[in-house]
Design a protein around this ligand. Structure first.
Ligand code: DOR
Ligand code: ZN
Ligand code: ZN
Length: 357
C-alpha cells in the first residue's frame, strides 16, 4: 500500500506523466462520436498528459496524405500531447507505411469498428518493414505476430490482452521487443458489454491482475467513443479515457495493486515504450514536467453525464472510486484544473517535442 504507517494517509497524490497509449479519437467523418478536441480534453480531464491516436478512422489513416491531414488536425485541435498510429490493411497501405513517420503500424487481425482487417497473407510483409507493430488479435493472431516479431526483430505491441491463455502465451515468448497492454474494462468488468475483445471471466481477470507490471507492461483505456444511439445498436467500445486513472488509482489506494506494479504499468513502462521510439517522455530532473494531481480524500460514483468526451456513457457508471483528478500539467503548464481545461491546453506531437533542446 502507498500509506506510510498508521496515520497520515496522503489525500493528494502527484502521478507522474500518465499517458494513454490506446485511444480512438475519431473526428474526420465521425465527429458525432468524438472529435480530436473533445477526446483530448477528455484525456486531460482524466489526468492523461498524452495519448496515442488509433487509425481506424473514416477515412482510415492508411495512406500518406491522410496521415498528413491527421497530423495537421491533431496539431491544430489536440489539447494534450500525442503520437499517431498508422493502419495497414492492404498492399497499398503497406507500401505507404514505409515512408511515414509513424508510432505504431496498427494491424487488425480480427473484426472490430470499421472494416480494416488486414488482407490475408500480408502479416509477414508488415513485419518485414521492421517498424513497430501494434496488433488487435485473438490468440492465433498473437501467436503468428510473435513468430514474425522474432524472425524480423521487429518491435511488437499486443493490444488489450483479455484472456488467461493470451497472458500465458505472451509470458512464454516475451522478449525485450514484445510489449502488451490490458484495459481497465478487462481488468474490472465481467458480463457482456459490447466491446472487442469481449470481457473475460473471473479466471481471465485474475490472470490479468497477476500479470500487471510483469508480463503485462501497461494499462491503456482503448477509449472507443460512440454516440448513445450507436451504443444502443450494439457498437463496440467503451468511453474510457476519463476513467483509466481514477480506476487505477482507486485500485492502488485499496491495495489491489502494489505501488511498484502501479508505477510500472502507469509510468515506467509507457515511458520505456515511448523511449524505444526515440521519444523522451517522463517526469524527473531535467525532463518534462508532465503530471497530474489526484485527490483521494473522498469516494464518489462515476457519472458519465459529466464526461468531457462526447461519448457520455460507461459500463463503469455508478461505480465508486476514490480518486478525483484535480489538475493535469503538461510540459510544466497547467492544462486542466478544477473541472475545466485551461487556455494553455494546446497539444503537440511528442516526437517534435523530444527533438527540442
Ligand atoms: O471495442 C472496440 N472498439 N474494440 C476495438 O478494438 C476498436 C474499438 C473501436 O474503434 O470502436
Ligand atoms: Zn482493438
Ligand atoms: Zn482500440
Amino acid at each position: 500500500a502507498y500509506t506510510d504507517g498508521a496515520h497520515a494517509s496522503p489525500t493528494r497524490l502527484i502521478i507522474p506523466s500518465p499517458v494513454d497509449l490506446h485511444v480512438h479519437l475519431r473526428d474526420f467523418e465521425q465527429r458525432q462520436k468524438e472529435t480530436v478536441a473533445s477526446g483530448t480534453r477528455a484525456a486531460l480531464a482524466g489526468g492523461i498528459c498524452a495519448v496515442a491516436d488509433m487509425p481506424n478512422t473514416v477515412p482510415p489513416v492508411a495512406d500518406r496524405e491522410t496521415y498528413e491531414r491527421r497530423l495537421e488536425l491533431m496539431s491544430h485541435d489536440a489539447a494534450c500531447d500525442f503520437v499517431l498510429n498508422f493502419c495497414v490493411d492492404d498492399k497499398y497501405s503497406l507500401s505507404q507505411a514505409a515512408s511515414v513517420d509513424l508510432f505504431f503500424i496498427k494491424v487488425f487481425l480480427g473484426e472490430t469498428t470499421g472494416s480494416y482487417v488486414l488482407e490475408k497473407g500480408l502479416l509477414e510483409n508488415v513485419f518485414m518493414l521492421r517498424k513497430p507493430v501494434a496488433i488487435h488479435a485473438d490468440l492465433k493472431g498473437m501467436r503468428e505476430a510473435i513468430k514474425y516479431s522474432k524472425r524480423y526483430e521487429t518491435p511488437l505491441h499486443i493490444c488489450h490482452v483479455s484472456r488467461r491463455e493470451e497472458v500465458e502465451l505472451i509470458a512464454r515468448h516475451k522478449d525485450e521487443r514484445i510489449t502488451c497492454e490490458a484495459t481497465p474494462h478487462h481488468l474490472f468488468l465481467s458480463g457482456d458489454h459490447a466491446v472487442k475483445p469481449p470481457l473475460g471471466n473471473a479466471n481471465d481477470r485474475d490472470a490479468l491482475w497477476a500479470a500487471l507490471g510483469t508480463t503485462i507492461d501497461i494499462v491503456a483505456s482503448d477509449h472507443a467513443p460512440h454516440t448513445l444511439e450507436e451504443k444502443e445498436h450494439g457498437a463496440f467500445g467503451i468511453s474510457g479515457v476519463e476513467t483509466l486513472l481514477p480506476l487505477m488509482v482507486t485500485a492502488l489506494v485499496r491495495g489491489e495493486i502494489s505501488f511498484k506494479h502501479f508505477y510500472a504499468v502507469m509510468h515506467e513502462n509507457p515511458k520505456r515504450i515511448l523511449r524505444s521510439h526515440g521519444i523522451e517522455y517522463g517526469f524527473g530532473v531535467g525532463g518534462r514536467a508532465d503530471f497530474s494531481i489526484v485527490d483521494t480524500s473522498e469516494s464518489y460514483a462515476i457519472d458519465p453525464a459529466l464526461f468531457h468526451s462526447k461519448a457520455k456513457h460507461s459500463p463503469f457508471s455508478g461505480m465508486e472510486v476514490e480518486a478525483r483528478v484535480v489538475e493535469t500539467w503538461v510540459r510544466g503548464k497547467r492544462f486542466f484544473s478544477n473541472g475545466a481545461c485551461t487556455n494553455e491546453a494546446r497539444g503537440a506531437p511528442l516526437s517534435a517535442f523530444s527533438k527540442e533542446p
